[in-house]
Design a protein. Sequence first.
Lengths: 104, 104
Amino acid sequence: MNNQEKEHLIKDLEGKYHTYAEYLKVLAHPIRLAIIDALKEGTCCVSDVTELLQVSQPNISQHLAILRLHGIVEYEEDGKKRCYSLCNPSSSLAILATLGKHLS
Amino acid sequence: MNNQEKEHLIKDLEGKYHTYAEYLKVLAHPIRLAIIDALKEGTCCVSDVTELLQVSQPNISQHLAILRLHGIVEYEEDGKKRCYSLCNPSSSLAILATLGKHLS
DNA sequence: TTCTAACATTCGAATATTCTTATATGAAAA
DNA sequence: TTTTCATATAAGAATATTCGAATGTTAGAA
């Protein structure tokens, strides 16, 4: 590894890998992964997800907020309901697919 | 989504997604990602990594221990040195590649 | 054997994450 | 307008993560 590649690594540590790590941290929770899975074929409102995963409503809302603040999910209002969906399905699902391929 | 698929999601929450999340949590740190990058073309000893990433030796050792305990890296002894390498390069690098493809 | 280089481990403080409980908000039904 | 349903937010305790500082370990050089 030459000097230029070394410089590169240090910059990536502060830049690219910092960004990647932030994103991975958002995904690194079983409930959030399950939410992404639940949304892979369309839209779900909060009560749907709550019933599906058998987790308390405030907890689901908190996880949805984390995903939303990181641009992973978004919602549309439908009366009293909020219909959540994946912002960029191919991105989040690509990670899930890669994990599926490489982990037992 | 039918009832069988719903049951499936709950089981995955305790099983598959728990495993995935554990793995992602290990990767979700900029220094650990940079270590994986540094090892992608071969072997590095601790002092190599320390100098490369400009991080303290104990801290590098701590991160290497986390990666090692999760089966992501391993080492061979060479005198006083420990030569670290990726246990399963294709797996860890696949995640990095997917992130590279989908994140800006 | 003593010293030193290379690395690991321990401890503790600072910080971050997670979940539960309680409460707030806002849309629509009554 | 009052109530209710769907969801969000806040507060706080429990737990986990992270890093620096100090110390331990071990292989080989001197």
